[in-house]
Design a protein around this ligand. Structure first.
Ligand code: NAI
Length: 324
């Protein structure tokens, strides 16, 4: 049986997910679309049903599972509607635009008693990050002591405001750092450069490891994500993601993409394949609703620290046993 997936929100990410579903995901098909912009919806649907609102898409018997790629502020309510309808969800990050909103989703899933939510923290599916985790778990670089992250964008999306460099961008580093190290973050120190960026965020884990992250969402030169894990017997880092080395005008170098879609193409593809497989055969993969809550809770506290004295002891609700 092919899983019918409905996509809510067909901007940059929704269009890419729809493309992957249509062309690169055996065992699933694009069954429906909703976007309040009818031109965008029609352009992505190409024959799939176009729904007039998100709730009718979620309720439809043509839709077995839902992919949410609408703006951050819509995620929690749409995810709750899917839980109510008993439909599996792949929700783009962040799970909600506030920690309280993310916690509502966790509580609804716990009340249901089974896991339906995967959050689109797709770096967990990136081959480079997976290799770092494999090497670290095999003990090949000794015990980890430090993780350096770099997150640079060409320019912030038009819809970025307030603390979104933290609640929308840095959430990726929160999630991937927790996943790579298998640690929880306990404290944070954050500082901003001249004019408010870049941000330099340093967290300590419950195993006393240090996690440093530069977030620079208007770095101009290219989309560049980097990580180096330092262990007591060695280090391992992401290699440059460029496919080619270009020599021209007496200079040579690697190229950077304009945004995340080409950089994480393989991660998006693997994320979709594994999610579809989990929907079909059971099991849970990727970041859970709990992981989504923790990322949003940390991000919110980092944003508050930035507006205050720059430091915070991080606090979370206790983890429900559904996520053990
Ligand atoms: P976008 O602005 O390109 O697209 C958003 C789409 O949602 C638009 O087509 C808009 O018409 C539609 N929309 C607006 N209100 C809606 C509503 N109430 N219900 C349904 N659709 C609605 O934004 P983009 O870049 O595609 O981001 C979408 C989501 O994906 C965001 O939550 C963002 O954080 C996340 N994202 C994830 C990335 C990743 O690497 N995992 C990368 C970039 C974005």
């Amino acid at each position: 049986m092919s899983i019918g997936v409905g996509v809510i929100g067909t901007g940059v990410m929704g269009a890419e997910h729809a493309r992957i579903l249509r062309h690169e995901t055996p065992g699933a098909h694009l069954a429906g679309i909703f976007d309040p912009d009818p031109t965008r919806a029609q352009a992505v649907a190409v024959g799939a049903a176009v729904f007039s609102d998100a709730r009718s898409l979620i309720a439809s018997d043509q839709i077995d599972a839902v992919l949410i790629a609408s703006p951050d502020v819509t995620h929690a309510a749409l995810t709750l509607a899917c839980i109510e309808a008993g439909k599996p969800v792949l929700c783009e990050k962040p799970l909600a635009s506030s920690a309280a909103g993310a916690l509502d989703v966790v509580r609804a899933e716990v009340a249901l008693g089974r896991r339906l939510i995967q959050v689109g923290y797709m770096r967990r599916f990136d081959p480079g990050y997976r290799e770092i985790k494999r090497v670290k778990d095999a003990g090949e670089i000794g015990g980890p002591v430090l993780l350096h992250n770099v997150h640079r964008n060409v320019r912030a999306p038009e819809w970025f405001d307030g603390s979104m460099a933290i609640t929308n961008s840095f959430v990726h580093e929160i999630d991937i750092s927790r996943w790579l190290l298998g640690s929880e973050m306990v404290s944070v120190h954050v500082e901003a450069g001249p004019g408010g960026e870049p941000l330099m965020i340093t967290m300590k884990t419950d195993k006393n490891e240090i996690v440093s992250t530069e977030v620079f969402v208007n770095a101009s030169y290219g989309y560049h994500v980097h990580a180096e894990l330092v262990g007591r017997q060695g280090t391992i880092s992401l290699a440059p993601a460029s496919l080619t080395l270009l020599n021209r005008d007496r200079a040579g170098g690697l190229s950077y993409p304009d945004n995340w879609v080409p950089r994480f193409e393989e991660a998006y593809r693997r994320q979709m394949a594994d999610w579809v497989s989990a929907v079909k055969f059971g099991g849970a993969v990727g970041a859970s609703a709990w992981d989504g809550y923790v990322a949003s809770a940390i991000a919110e506290q980092v944003a508050q620290a930035l507006a205050g004295n720059g430091v915070a002891t991080l606090r979370y609700e206790p983890r429900p046993s559904l996520y053990d």
